[in-house]
Structures are given as C-alpha cells and as structure tokens.
Design a protein. Structure first.
Length: 181
C-alpha cells in the first residue's frame, strides 16, 4: 500500500512544479522530390474550391476528401465521398486545371504519359457508394507526380469510367469538382 501512495505523492508534486512545457510541433522532413496534394470540402454552388454542377447526383451535403502522395517513384491517391446518392457508381479522375463555375474549366484528365487514356497513365478513382451515399477509392501508380505539372482538381463524373475501347476514360457529365492544393 505504501508504493501507490508514494507514487501518487510524486505525481502530484511533479504536476505542481510549474506550468507545462509548451507543445512542440515535430515535422518529418519530406524525401527529395516528394509531392503531396489534397483537397476537401462540401460541394456548393458558388465556391469553386468544391463545386457541384448537378445537384441531382451531388445533393446538398455531398462532400469529398482527396489526398495524393508521391515519392520514390510511387504515387498513392485516396478519395472518400459522403452524402452522394446511395448504391450508385461514379467516375472520378484527376484533372489538369482548377475547378471553375463552368464544368469544362477543370480541363482534361491528368495524364502521366500524355495521349494515353488508361488507368496506367491517368488516376481513375471510380467509387461505388453504399446505402448511405458514402464510398472510398484508392489508386496506386509506379510513377511520381511531376512537381512542374501537377493535377489541379478532382472531377466526379455521372457514371463509372469506361475501361477499354474507343471510349476508354470516359465517365459521362461532370457532377462535381474539388480543387487541389
């Protein structure tokens, strides 16, 4: 019984010796050439950081969060959506320009290997929502993002991406857009 009492006295004494030390932020250095992009927000009608173009497919309250991390010849991109239509497939791709009030403002698909509309060159993040309208998707590539030519947005499309053939990479009209930083 003496040991717990002594421990309590030591802890109380230590806690009363003065103000707590300030918190220190620890930052890990990024590897040379590392790139990190992100974007998140609730899709509205007038803020181009997160804008909805079709409220039938991206209802009020729909939101998304995207992270892309690229280093050492590998890129991993993750998308989380909530508040979309339940039990539905959406196409989602990284695009070359920032979102704007016109759906075409986001430009074309970001391509690591220009001229190739396929999942090896582009970042396809098609997502299937669950019964509550939430879903997630991840893509991995064996190449790094070019810091001089980064994607500037994520566009969510009305249907899943066509995987092959003459229409490979197409996913229907643009539903919503998230600007990346």
């Amino acid at each position: 019984m003496r040991a717990p009492a002594l421990l309590l006295v030591l802890l109380t004494t230590a806690a009363c010796t003065g103000p707590p030390a300030p918190l220190q932020q620890v930052t890990k250095p990024s590897p040379a050439g590392a790139v990190a992009l992100s974007g998140a927000g609730e899709f509205g009608s007038d803020d181009t950081a997160a804008i909805a173009y079709d409220r039938r497919l991206a209802p009020a309250g729909a939101l998304a969060s995207l992270t892309a991390e690229s280093a050492g010849g590998t890129t991993r991109t993750s998308l989380v959506v909530e508040g979309f239509l339940p039990n539905r497939h959406y196409g989602a791709h990284l695009h070359t320009a920032a979102c704007g009030t016109d759906p075409d403002d986001a430009g074309g698909h970001y391509q690591h290997d220009p001229g190739h509309a396929d999942p090896a060159s582009e970042v396809w993040l098609d997502v299937a929502t669950d019964g509550s309208g939430a879903g997630r998707s991840t893509a991995r590539h064996s190449w790094s993002l070019d810091p001089a030519a980064l994607p500037k947005s994520l566009v969510i499309h009305a249907k899943a991406t066509t995987k092959s053939g003459a229409h490979a990479g197409e996913a229907g009209p643009r539903v919503a857009c998230l600007t990346l930083h």
